[in-house]
Design a protein around this ligand. Structure first.
Ligand code: ZN
Length: 571
């Protein structure tokens, strides 16, 4: 447990205050301290200080208001992080006098280094006289005389500075040393959310602008409602959104890896108010649900792309989708009035149904297999290796939106139906569709996929190399290693990490690099390109690579689609 305190980061523009505040915030949450609130310019400008400019009076007023909020938070036991240039000693002294457990952190960085770094070119402009009143150039910065902590951001890594701050907090009993050791992380939620309206006539009528959802957003609305996205009960509020982007957790500390937000046009954004009821419509103009507005906010899509996808490259399909959406979003709980078309798939099962199906079969342990590609022998091998150690296998092909070039969902499902009837024990296998869109967010999406499968009632999930990856944006093992960042029990599901598999003619069986000593000449491995080439020439795929029954389905489909890809090897 932490007592309330205020970490007040001061320093020149670009000295690394906010980066460090975010890192400390994430470290505290990692230790199971969830009453954490960060205040920085981007956060307070939205509401608290948007009327203020840059005069000395306005700067003092800015800090005075922030001090007031920090005082309230720390009095209520919240670990509060403020990162502001806060150039004037008097203003900081006032904050110190008012806030309990005030800890001044001076981000010390020489001006020359800042001028060198200068990512926004602000120092250059200030030095050239193009902007005036710039702290450290033609406006004073009064460095702290006796700060509790000094971090030298020009020579310390963020990790080193973070450790220094955590050590101070431990030493002064603001946080427990045991927090780091006792596995205080919250355990995974086990209940299922149900936001499918049972008595729609009792719901309030919409009294605000209607919002039209894309097919991907409609899938997510349905996923929230049927419990697949438990514990989410709606589209994220600003607090949850920021926590998820910054630290992969909701504001209460529960692990959640990807933002689930509802983008709206600027016109809608300007009209919405807290408590308003919005009608959620599909592109077919049917009304699918209602949203009770909790808040509306602007998000920094560049920062979101960087945090979630690890890149801002518009060539990345997830980033491209994000950038095509408005930056304005609304958050709030939802009610579902009509199931999304994707839930009408004959193989669709809601989490309550899969949990029942697994229980009926007497399965205590169930492994999930995520895929967006046709099934080849390699996938079959991984599934059956996993099935050797658990009770049941849940094959869960993703059928939401995928990128151009991925093979259509109905063909992939046909491959599975064919393969299951010929090669899988019926009493050990359940096949169900996974009704959400691909984000291609690699490691973060692997966590998201795992959380959804936990909600289905699975205890394990197969995570292959470059799970949910695309192009070369992620390291081969990133999606496996990210699981190590969470304490056991936090996710409620265990990853089974697999290598690529292939047939070895010398071994005479399916193998991986872990189990076969032979070299490439003995391995039957076909690239996606080679598979496409063989299919387009009407040739057979080698039976060591693809079961003949599956190859038949693909060949027919290939003739039909006129040469679309059959996808690579990633799940
Ligand atoms: Zn071999």
């Amino acid at each position: 447990m932490s007592d309330g305190f205020v970490l007040w980061f001061t320093g020149l523009s670009g000295s690394g205050k906010t980066t460090l505040a975010k890192a400390v915030e994430a470290a505290l949450i990692d230790r199971g301290i969830h009453d954490v609130q960060r205040l920085d310019g981007d956060i307070v400008r939205q509401d608290l200080t948007r009327d203020l400019g840059f005069s000395k009076e306005d700067r003092d007023e800015n800090i005075r208001r922030i001090t007031f909020v920090a005082e309230l938070l720390s009095n209520n036991g919240v670990a509060t992080m403020c990162s502001f240039i806060s150039p004037y000693r008097n203003a900081r002294a006032n904050a110190r006098a008012r806030c309990r457990n005030f800890i001044e952190v001076f981000a010390d960085c020489p001006l020359e280094t800042l001028v060198d770094r200068d990512p926004k070119g602000l120092y250059k402009k200030a030095l050239a006289g193009e902007i005036t009143g710039f702290t450290g150039v033609d406006d004073p910065y009064e460095a702290p005389e006796a700060p509790e902590i000094v971090v030298h951001t020009e020579r310390e890594s963020v990790e080193q500075s973070t450790q220094k701050i955590l050590a101070y907090l431990e030493e002064h009993d603001h946080i427990d040393v045991s927090d780091a050791l006792s596995g205080v992380a919250p355990s995974a939620p086990t209940g299922l959310v149900n936001r499918i309206a049972a008595t729609p006539e009792n719901l309030p009528s919409p009294n605000g602008p209607a919002v039209t959802l894309s097919s991907a957003q409609l899938c997510e609305l349905d996923a929230i409602a049927c419990g697949l996205y438990s514990p989410l009960t709606g589209f994220m509020s600003e607090t949850d959104y920021r926590h998820v982007v910054d630290s992969m957790r909701l504001s209460d500390g529960t692990v959640w890896a990807v933002p689930v937000v509802l983008p709206v046009s600027a016109e809608v954004f300007d009209q919405v108010k807290h408590g308003m009821i919005l009608a959620l419509r599909g592109e077919d103009d049917e009304m699918y649900g209602l949203l009770e507005v909790k808040d509306a906010f602007s998000r920094d899509r560049e920062a979101e792309a960087k945090a979630v996808y690890g890149t801002t490259d518009r060539e990345h399909p997830g980033v491209a989708r994000l950038m095509s959406e408005p930056e304005t979003v609304v958050g709030g709980d939802i009610h579902l009035l009509r199931r999304a078309p994707i839930a009408a798939h004959p193989r669709n099962m809601d989490p309550s149904e899969t949990r029942r199906a697994f229980a009926e079969r007497g399965w205590k342990t169930v492994v999930a297999f995520q895929t967006r590609n046709p099934i080849h022998r390699a996938h079959e091998y991984l599934q059956k290796c996993a099935l050797e150690i658990v009770d049941g296998l849940f094959i869960n092909p993703l059928i939401g939106d995928t990128k151009q070039g991925d093979i259509p969902a109905d063909i992939r499902m046909a491959c599975y139906e064919t393969l299951l009837s010929a090669y899988y024990p019926a009493d050990r296998t359940v096949l169900g569709t996974f009704p959400i869109p691909m984000r291609y967010a690699g490691p973060r999406e692997a966590i998201h996929h795992a959380i959804c499968r936990r909600n289905y009632g699975c205890t394990h999930i197969i995570i292959g190399r470059d799970h949910a990856g695309v192009g070369s944006y992620y390291g081969t093992y990133d999606a496996q290693e990210i699981f190590d960042r969470f304490a056991p029990g936090e996710l409620g599901i265990t990853p089974l990490k697999f290598e690529h598999a292939f047939f070895c003619t010398a071994c005479g069986q399916m193998v991986s690099r872990k189990t076969c000593p032979h070299d490439k000449a003995d391995h039957v491995f076909l690239s996606g390109t080679k598979v496409r080439e063989l299919l387009s020439e009407g040739k057979d795929l080698p039976p060591e690579f693809t079961r003949p029954e599956v190859a038949e389905v693909l060949k027919k489909a290939y003739e039909g689609t006129g040469g679309q890809g059959t996808g690579g090897e990633r799940g």
